[in-house]
Design a protein. Structure first.
Length: 495
């Protein structure tokens, strides 16, 4: 279904091969264009072509979930780490931009002793060894690199693209945090629902056991019937710890996702007894909008741009580096003497540095940069295809589970009807206990399978929204966590 577009690939290949041309020449490659703008697995009865909202979790219309996701987007520790990485990338860009301006160094020394100038002057005048005394020497050095071959400009371009890649990586973290917070919430609710279903079935099985015991006393049942009833009751009771354990695990995960220790369980999630359900078809948009939303696609493209710019940085090393240098200094044995013109010295002029004719190191660095950029291009294509695969798979899983869930609900209803009939007929003596326990087993299995399908369906919907890449467009800004000074114990903010 993917039509290959040779134009961007050939353009990038030409850029990689023609690395000797210094200067920016990168053009973002277009993602592989599918034959259809819509998803293959997009069933009209299940999804719509509307664009998914940034805060997609609000489609569940559950205020408790909204609050938890917002808390996670502010306090999640992985997101705080991503914000710190973004601050570091901004610092790297600022460092690269500093190369556009002259570098200046101010120096000042105050010493005591005999300076070389005093020794030389006394020798010329035949005055013997000079007496020690104070010696002052201030100075100013200025250096400015002429960026004739684009080394500084391309370094800035590489750092800027890398900053945008790190920003996209932070956006991907937002998508993951929002998605996993929602999943943990719906799982906690779903496992609570499964536990409640098991409790209801346990009550039903206990009632059946009590009825069978009475029938045994009246001669209408055998000890084997009682044993079977108690076995069914014990099997249902055995499922309760599993559901409760899964529910508690989801609650612990939810606490950590929102930036709290595991024991700080959300009361709203703890009280939830049924997973939230969508009241509308899922908005999924189209394929081109998917590429714009997916942070990993943007990250891969920006990393490619950064690595292509580094080819030009490496290529610039083939050419000379020309720097304009200037310095002014003064030296005297007294502070008033520093202003005397006779003690003032200055130098100004260009400096050339060139690794020539041995350019083996520069050529090797160019080959390395080209290889890295080629790998980045292949990675970009792989990420685009993975985005398509993730979405198509999630759509397929959701559509199939919806159909399965509907069939399981119908089967559960029939099992309930069959059990009600069997219980009445058993009390009337028209069927055997074996028929009753068989109907009860069928109802237990149908209820448990339907409850499990409800949990899978809720989790699949979260997976689909994550695959669509939503959740980063309107997220609140995250501030990088401060650094703790180990000596003073004070916090140092990171900007």
């Amino acid at each position: 279904m993917i039509a290959r577009r040779a134009g961007p690939a050939l353009a990038l290949a030409a850029a990689l091969v023609g690395g000797c041309t210094v200067g920016p020449r990168y053009s973002p490659p277009a993602p592989p264009a599918p034959a259809s703008p819509t998803f293959v697995a997009a069933a009209p009865s299940v999804v719509s072509a509307d664009q998914p909202p940034a805060d997609w979790w609000r489609l569940y219309d559950t205020p408790a979930l909204d609050d938890l996701v917002q808390q996670a987007l502010v306090h999640n520790k992985s997101l705080l780490a991503a914000a710190a990485n973004l601050a570091a990338a901004r610092g790297a860009l600022s460092l690269a931009r500093a190369g556009l301006y002259p570098s200046t160094t101010i120096s000042a020394t105050a010493q005591y002793g005999v300076s070389p100038d005093q020794v030389f002057g006394n020798e010329l005048l035949n005055k013997g060894t000079p007496s020690p005394g104070p010696y002052y020497s201030p100075g100013l050095d200025v250096s400015y690199e002429l960026d004739l071959f684009g080394r500084i400009r391309q370094t800035i371009a590489a750092r800027k693209a890398n900053l945008e890649a790190v920003q996209a990586e932070e956006d991907a973290t937002r998508v993951s945090v929002a998605g996993e917070t929602t999943r943990a919430f719906v799982n906690a609710c779903a496992y609570a629902a499964e536990r409640d279903v098991a409790n209801n079935l346990l009550a039903l099985a206990t009632e059946t056991t009590e009825t069978t015991v009475r029938e045994l006393r009246d001669g209408g049942a055998s000890p084997l019937d009682v044993a079977r009833a108690r076995e069914q009751e014990a099997q249902i009771r055995a499922t309760l710890p599993t559901y409760e354990g899964q529910r508690r695990t989801a609650l612990f995960q939810l606490a950590v996702l929102t930036g709290d220790p595991p024991e700080m369980i959300s009361k709203a999630a703890d009280d939830c007894r049924a997973p939230p359900k969508l009241t509308q078809v899922l908005p999924v948009g189209d394929i081109q909008s998917l590429f714009k939303r997916r942070p990993d696609v943007r990250e891969a493209e920006r990393q490619l741009a950064s690595n292509v710019a580094l080819i030009d940085v490496a290529t610039a090393d083939l050419y000379p580096t020309i720097t304009l240098n200037g310095s002014v200094s003064s030296a005297a044995s007294s502070l008033p003497g520093l202003g005397a013109l006779s003690n003032l010295s200055y130098l100004a002029g260009p400096a050339l540095s060139w690794s020539f004719p041995n350019t083996l190191t520069a050529q090797a660095e160019i080959r390395e940069a080209k290889g890295t950029a080629s790998a980045s291009y292949a990675n970009f294509q792989a990420v685009v295809l993975q985005a398509l695969q993730d979405t198509e798979t999630a759509l397929t899983d959701d559509t199939n589970e919806l159909a399965r869930n509907a069939a399981l609900a119908a089967a559960r209803d029939q099992s309930q009807t069959a059990f009600d009939l069997a219980r009445r007929q058993y009390r009337d003596g028209s069927i055997s206990y074996l028929n009753l326990i068989t109907a009860q087993n069928d109802l237990v299995n149908a209820e448990e399978t339907l409850a499990q399908s409800n949990q899978v369906l809720a989790s699949n919907q979260v997976t689909l929204f994550k695959a669509l890449g939503g959740g980063w467009e309107q997220a609140p800004p995250v501030t990088a966590p401060p650094i703790i000074d180990g000596r003073s114990g004070k916090t140092i903010p990171v900007r």
